[in-house]
Design a binder for this molecule. Sequence first.
Ligand SMILES: C[S@@+](CC[C@H](N)C(=O)[O-])C[C@H]1O[C@@H](n2cnc3c(N)ncnc32)[C@H](O)[C@@H]1O
Length: 264
Amino acid sequence: MAYPLKNLQDYDQFVQAFERLSGLDLKLYKENQMKRRINNFINNHGYGNYTDFFQALTGDRQLYNAFFKHLTINVTQFYRDDRLWEVFRTKIVPELCRHKSSLKFWSAGCSAGQEVYTIASIMNQYFPDIKYSILGTDIDVNVLEQAKEGLYEERDFASTPKSIQERFFSRVDNKYQVKEILKKNVTFQKHNLLTDPFEKGFDLIACRNVVIYFTEEAKNVLYQKFSASLNPGGYLFTGSTEHIFGKNDLKLKSIASFFYQKQL
Ligand SMILES: C[S@@+](CC[C@H](N)C(=O)[O-])C[C@H]1O[C@@H](n2cnc3c(N)ncnc32)[C@H](O)[C@@H]1O
């Protein structure tokens, strides 16, 4: 597709052009942080202005992918914030299982799938009689490819007990391949949390370390949509710095740090 090149005078014009190119609306991300990240990237890659950089982006897939990755920040780990996964295992899932024998999870902004396979490993070890499905979504197709393949580095396991790493992953050269048993109830899909429609009927949505750069307005809309996607009694699991205010309007009640339950 050809993108008519006009002079992109400023950040706003670059953001508009980039939305047409990528579908990602950067106006819904906090401007100061995003602008700093974008300008750093442009300077570090030796471009003098937005026009030259945008022109390069339209013709160089590798540069485009590197820029997209820089914007979306994919850093993650298995069992990230392990004490919260302890709450998930000992409190949240047992509560859900009191009423149901089949659970539907969504990891929204799942990066390369580490959060998805963390949930699968907990379900597999501690709740073997409960049926479950996990949807992992992200806006970045490159991380989703890795998630589907399920091949990881040693550093992804920094918060993972050795016994779990050994039980659910096979060593392939100097990497680790997730075993079929964790893959079988898992689906990955491209999804933009800011623009795409949301599926409904989830018992738990984990959306952690994704909204840090979203504007307050974008976050409010997002939390409304998450609430609508949860079953009554379902949970929203947020990142360990993310507190939700105005929870009453959202029908979400804080029941443990970073876990919010939708009214029954
Ligand atoms: C830091 S990772 C978080 C991964 C995992 N949830 C965790 O807590 O470790 C943030 C992810 O959010 C994704 N992301 C950013 N903006 C998004 C959007 N608008 N829609 C969907 N995913 C988005 C990024 O591509 C990235 O993979």
